[in-house]
Design a protein. Structure first.
Length: 147
């Protein structure tokens, strides 16, 4: 893949992420986690999903041990590559993600309440070794949403 096609792919993904954050019942931010995991590395991709979910839970003020993941395998409402992080007490929304296999590698797109510390999420995910792109839901356009 050329740098130009990678740039178009990332621009498209950021635009789609931003659109999903737009007016809803709650204000959301997003995080795109770019992995090098291919379709044969689902276990590693799943572990990365859980790790980033815990980072988001902490930034949202939750103890990660007080949350669980609702997955497509657990509920017919979700596809196998869509997951939600919920609190044990009250099943409150903490985060949601979609695992997208694109150009042979997974990108994981997370959505979470804007009240979570967006900068802390990005910093902790980068510190854990992930390549991430932050997407602000309150931006006026996809180009303004990048962090």
């Amino acid at each position: 893949m050329t740098d130009e096609s990678a740039g178009r792919r990332d621009t498209d993904l950021v635009q789609r992420t931003w659109q999903l954050l737009q007016p809803g019942e709650i204000e959301l931010n997003g995080l795109v986690v770019h992995t090098g995991f291919d379709g044969s590395q689902e276990t590693q991709m799943h572990q990365a999903t859980l790790e980033v979910g815990e980072i988001i839970a902490e930034a949202a003020g939750h103890d990660p041990t007080d949350t669980y993941v609702e997955s497509g395998n657990d509920d017919p409402e979700f596809s196998s590559n869509q997951h939600q992080g919920l609190t044990l007490d009250g099943e409150e929304f903490v985060w949601e993600c979609q695992q997208l296999l694109r150009d042979g590698a997974f990108d994981v797109v997370f959505y979470y309440e804007a009240s979570a510390d967006h900068e802390a999420v990005q910093a902790a995910a980068r510190e854990a070794g992930y390549e991430v792109t932050g997407v602000r839901g309150d931006a006026d356009s996809p180009a303004d949403a990048l962090e």
